[in-house]
Design a protein around this ligand. Structure first.
Ligand code: MN
Length: 727
């Protein structure tokens, strides 16, 4: 049986080693507090309960989290399992610790009833959303890791459900937070319970071949080591067999036996600098035969979870392939501990650099074209500010846009539920239709066959497009007369606003022509569509505006109509913006440089007024700017020009087409370095016929410098074509 003293000692060792700055006094107090609270409880194996929080705190300390997190780990089961309260903990250990404990408690209470893939994804997101502080999730993952390590004391049934949960929720979370080491252990241990036979076979094989494997790894290791020390690169090299679950998964997915499996071995070379990484890569490729298509540069293009490393696969002795990962110490730290690595050096140091945490938001969702900085104000994880996760009474998770109401929920279940809704209950209490739902709410919709259907107000109350379009559909179907009347008045109102007479539409020649353009069979159909919101009056008029203007002029009654901005018009009024461009007629607005054509000073440019993100700047020859000729959009294109004298560098993208060869990438990088230009991103892809294409993003001051770079690239051996990026 494990004892308090053993775990206490090993926690202290971990703290001294990994978090020496921790407040030991507070740690001691928290241990005493937790021990007292849990004193009558036992673990499944009969040992005192306090061993569990001690062990969880040890893992938390090992990954380098701070004092608050260690205290949170020590106290993490107090609110759930003892008479301790939030206030008491806040009183004794401060509000931050209390909030961490409460956060972990909330996650502990989440029931996992169904685990289909979509559900699992939602649950993972909800975990993140419910934890205001990323440390809550980290503590919860450490809690799960210790429970996994001690799973042998659980009933068989519990072993299986818990392991499934670990595989579906916790291991992917650890992965997305970049905590490779913990992810591996979670997966390997869970596999043992989920497929004991498969696990044993695999382990049996690995053990039987252990001596061979070690000899092979030692040979490769010393060869690489000799070579690198001969050229004066200091490094540490380790070889390992890849973790069990990753081998297992590959065997299953590729339907291969262990003997057929491609690569079992991974070597890791850790060096001091990034340039050493590339140097080592060169040496490895000279020493061993390269397996084509396996080189990956995650240094210039990190994975979303911040992972950085060079990967290559080569063939060694007896034709055995193996992978080599090359990275710096810092990158290695991040690879092992992910987001937690950020705390390692943080305590006591004022970083003030919130941008560092920008990537957290990117972890679990596709990056929108928004300014990520706006979202990250502190370490607080509000990455799911735009989503809320609620339950059906049966425990299914429904994800809705933030601010959603019972109406959104009802339509997310089924339009039939929404259309017959007569009331709603949130957490078992009757709630009004417009109440905002919160993470974890249980929502029930009351329906009746005799319900009179949605009301138009609902369109203003609901948050989701789904609900809005389903409500509109209902009106479209049920309320044709009303729609026609509404549509007609809004269409005619819009005509009058343009100084056009509604009587134009009655013109016998014109009417069929207009309807054809609008793709409606009758004016009533069009009015109905406008009435239920299928098309806006402005859009409908946009399609026939030229015809209307012409008819109006020939009727002699034309007055000046809506203004059309001429693309070539000179700029009349300019104001400075700090973005390096000036926008005609607009005082100050958000400026964004489009990613499709990445303009730089000197390029001929034009601006597009986006919905909500200010003005986006395109090159005039960008295919997307061709849309400026579309009359419907014309009003949104504005003249812009470069502000002279700006010295801020601009990110831009080049596409380099080349005959594929070794070290091509290095030459591209060298061309930039020689001009002291910072590379931001590089993507490579193989093309048929032995060619490849690199998409390189870097910063330049203007067109002149860009032209120099393009010429430098053209001079590189094997390069066939260099052009501005346009995707
Ligand atoms: Mn626990």
């Amino acid at each position: 049986m494990e004892t308090f003293q053993e775990h206490y000692d090993s926690l202290m060792r971990a703290i001294r080693r990994y978090t020496p700055y921790a407040d030991m006094d507070a740690v001691e107090r928290a241990i005493r507090y937790a021990d007292e609270k849990h004193k009558n409880q036992k673990r499944k194996d009969g040992s005192p309960y306090i061993i569990h929080p001690l062990a969880v705190a040890e893992i938390v300390a090992e990954i380098g989290l701070d004092t608050d997190a260690i205290l949170g780990a020590l106290l993490h089961d107090c609110i759930e399992d003892t008479d301790a309260s939030f206030d008491e903990i806040a009183d004794q250990f401060g509000p931050t610790v209390a909030e961490l404990v409460e956060g972990v408690t909330k996650l502990t209470r989440v029931e996992f009833s169904t685990l289909e893939e979509q559900q699992a994804e939602n649950l993972r997101k909800m975990f993140m959303a419910m934890s205001k502080d990323i440390r809550v999730v980290l503590i919860k993952i450490c809690d799960r890791l210790h429970n996994t390590r001690t799973m042998m004391y659980q009933s068989k049934e519990k072993q299986i459900t818990k392991s499934r949960e670990t595989m579906d929720i916790y291991a992917p979370l650890a992965h997305r937070l970049g905590m490779q080491k913990i992810k591996w252990e979670l997966e390997d241990t869970s596999l043992k319970y989920l497929d004991p036979q498969g696990y044993d076979e695999l382990m049996g094989y690995l053990e039987a071949h252990q001596a061979e494997a070690e000899a092979f790894m030692e040979n490769i290791r010393s060869r690489i080591s000799e070579r690198l020390s001969a050229v004066g690169i200091s490094c540490s090299i380790s070889g390992r067999i890849k973790h069990v679950y990753s081998i297992y998964r590959k065997m299953k997915s590729q339907n291969k036996t262990l003997e057929e499996l491609y690569d079992l071995y991974a070597f890791r070379v850790i060096v001091d600098t990034i340039s050493d990484c590339y140097n080592v890569l060169g040496h490895i490729h000279e020493m061993f035969k390269l397996v084509p298509g396996r080189f990956k540069d995650y240094i210039s293009t990190p994975k979303p979870n911040m992972y950085q490393s060079l990967h290559t696969t080569v063939i060694g002795e007896q034709g055995i392939p193996f992978e080599v990962q090359i990275r710096t110490k810092e990158m290695h730290e991040t690879a092992e501990y992910g987001v937690a690595a950020h705390w390692k050096y943080k305590e006591g140091v004022e970083t003030g650099n919130e941008k560092e945490f920008e990537w957290i938001r990117r972890l679990l969702e596709d990056q929108q074209e928004t300014d990520a900085e706006d979202y990250i104000h502190s370490l607080k994880v509000d990455m799911f500010d735009d989503e809320v996760f609620v339950f059906t009474p049966k425990g299914k998770v429904i994800s809705l846009p933030n601010g959603s109401t019972p109406i959104d929920f009802a339509y997310a279940i089924h339009s039939g539920v929404g259309n017959t809704m007569i009331g709603a209950k949130v957490n078992n209490r009757i709630a009004s239709y417009d109440v905002q739902l919160h993470n974890g709410d249980i929502v029930e919709i009351l329906t009746s066959k005799s319900a009179k259907g949605p009301s138009r107000d609902w369109l203003n109350i609901c948050k989701s497009n789904q609900a809005r379009s389903k409500i509109k559909q209902w009106f479209k179907r049920e309320k044709r007369e009303e729609n026609i009347a509404r549509g007609k008045s809004s269409f005619e109102g819009e005509l009058r606003r343009m100084n056009l007479s509604p009587s134009l539409l009655q013109n016998e020649e014109l009417q069929p022509q207009l309807l054809r353009k609008l793709s409606f069979d009758s004016l009533d159909d069009m009015y109905a569509a406008i009435g239920y919101g299928g098309i806006t009056a402005v859009k409908a008029i946009g399609k026939i505006r030229e015809d209307l203007l012409k008819a109006s002029r020939s009727a002699g009654s034309a007055k000046e109509s809506g203004k059309v901005i001429e693309i070539s018009q000179p700029i009349r009024q300019s104001r400075h913006t700090d973005a390096g461009v000036v926008v005609e007629d607009i005082d100050s607005c958000m400026i964004k440089f489009s990613r499709c054509c990445t303009p730089v000073p000197g390029d001929d440019i034009i601006g597009f007024i986006t919905k909500g993100y200010g003005v986006s700047i395109h090159r005039r020859d960008c295919p997307n700017a061709k849309a400026a000729n579309d009359p419907e959009q014309a009003a949104r294109w504005v003249n812009v020009s470069w502000l002279t004298g700006g010295s801020k560098p601009f990110a831009t993208t080049l596409e380099v087409l080349a005959e594929d060869r070794d070290a091509l990438l290095l030459d591209i990088a060298a061309a930039l370095t020689s001009r002291q230009i910072r590379m931001k991103e590089i993507f490579g892809k193989d093309l048929p016929g032995g060619r490849c294409q690199f998409t390189v993003t870097f910063e330049v001051k203007g067109l002149e410098e860009l032209t120099v770079v393009m010429n430098k690239f053209r001079d590189i051996d094997g390069v066939v074509d260099v052009k501005r990026g346009q995707n």
